[in-house]
Write a protein that binds this ligand. Structure first.
Ligand SMILES: NC(=O)c1ccc[n+]([C@@H]2O[C@H](COP(=O)([O-])OP(=O)(O)OC[C@H]3O[C@@H](n4cnc5c(N)ncnc54)[C@H](O)[C@@H]3O)[C@@H](O)[C@H]2O)c1
Length: 284
């Protein structure tokens, strides 16, 4: 029997993590609050795997085998039964994450790894919701998960060596390159990225430059493969806005004060690619 990874949250990240898990030979179960979110998440994975089969990158047998190990449910209790790891990938909200950790801590035996995909938040704080903080760890994947190689593995104050080693091994089995980072707001990557997001959003808000001009400047002037505005639209403008708010709240530093552009865009439902409209239009 293959090892089971449970992913809580069927959104951009949760479905990406479930995808790399089944592609690496694990069984994956996605949990969300409503069937429609699960269907959407699984539908995205199926499309991706079907395209791979159509291009001949995997055989029809591999296609069937991969998808046979992927399911979803709204019932967390049955989902976590027999899992080696539960990865939380819900909205970037501390109270929500703590609530989920309290639940999964009560449901899972002591040796099950409880991981959070938080972009910015303290793993030690999330772990306070549990009775076994030594098995709580951060696994920060990047979007799109199937393509991005890095995982930041974040040790909380009480995370054990054993859980860290097991987590690093699983990340490697998923084809990723894990780096162990300190439990500081934003870890390594988002300490940089949030500043860039904010500056770019403020430039658009203040009419200093258009999204196209900013991305062209970064791509042609700095040799970036993508512009920072394109990255925000891909990650989700709401996700970036919530990450900024979290960074500002945690650090209290003015440099992380969210640009008003984020709130404006969220109010207008301009969340990026997923809503067909962000800084750019996608004609969905
Ligand atoms: N989008 C990115 O580029 C990115 C990158 C790295 C980390 N992250 C982090 O990953 C997490 C998820 O981000 P995302 O972009 O996938 O968000 P998303 O909005 O695409 O998906 C979140 C999902 O969580 C579900 N959810 C909410 N409450 C739930 C609950 N109580 N139980 C089960 N499911 C619940 C929602 O229905 C939704 O499907 C956040 O913490 C985010 O900061 C995001």
């Amino acid at each position: 029997m293959t090892e089971k990874i449970v992913v809580i949250g069927a959104g951009t990240m949760g479905s990406g993590i479930a995808q790399v898990a089944v592609e690496a030979g694990f069984t994956a179960i996605i949990v969300d609050t409503e069937e429609k979110f699960i269907e959407q998440g699984i539908g995205n994975i199926k499309n991706f795997i079907e395209k791979k089969a159509a291009k001949g990158k995997i055989t029809p047998e591999q296609h069937d085998d991969i998808l046979s190990r992927l399911t979803g449910t709204v019932d967390m209790e049955t989902a976590v039964d027999g899992a080696v790891m539960v990865v939380e990938a819900v909205f970037e909200n501390l109270e929500l994450k703590k609530d989920i950790f309290e639940k999964i801590d009560a449901l899972c035996p002591q040796d099950v790894i409880l991981a959070s995909n938080t972009s910015t938040m303290s793993i030690s704080k999330i772990a306070t919701a549990t009775t076994h903080p030594e098995r709580v760890i951060g696994t920060h994947y990047f979007s799109p998960v199937p393509l991005m190689r890095l995982v930041e593995v974040i040790r909380g104050k009480e995370t054990s060596d054993l859980i860290t080693e097991k987590t690093v091994t699983i990340c490697q089995q998923l084809g990723k390159t894990p780096i162990t980072v300190k439990d500081v707001p934003g870890f390594i990557v988002n300490r940089f990225l949030c500043l860039l997001y904010n500056e770019a959003a403020n430039m658009v808000y203040n009419g200093v430059a258009s999204p196209e001009e900013i991305d062209t400047a970064l791509k042609l002037g700095c040799n970036w493969p993508m512009g920072v505005i394109e990255i925000m639209d891909m990650a989700g403008v709401d996700v970036c806005g919530l990450a900024m708010e979290a960074m500002y709240k945690m650090t209290g530093e003015e440099r992380y004060k969210p640009s008003p552009m984020f709130k404006k865009m969220m109010d207008e439902n301009r969340m990026g690619r997923k809503t067909g409209r962000g800084f750019y239009e996608y004609g969905k």
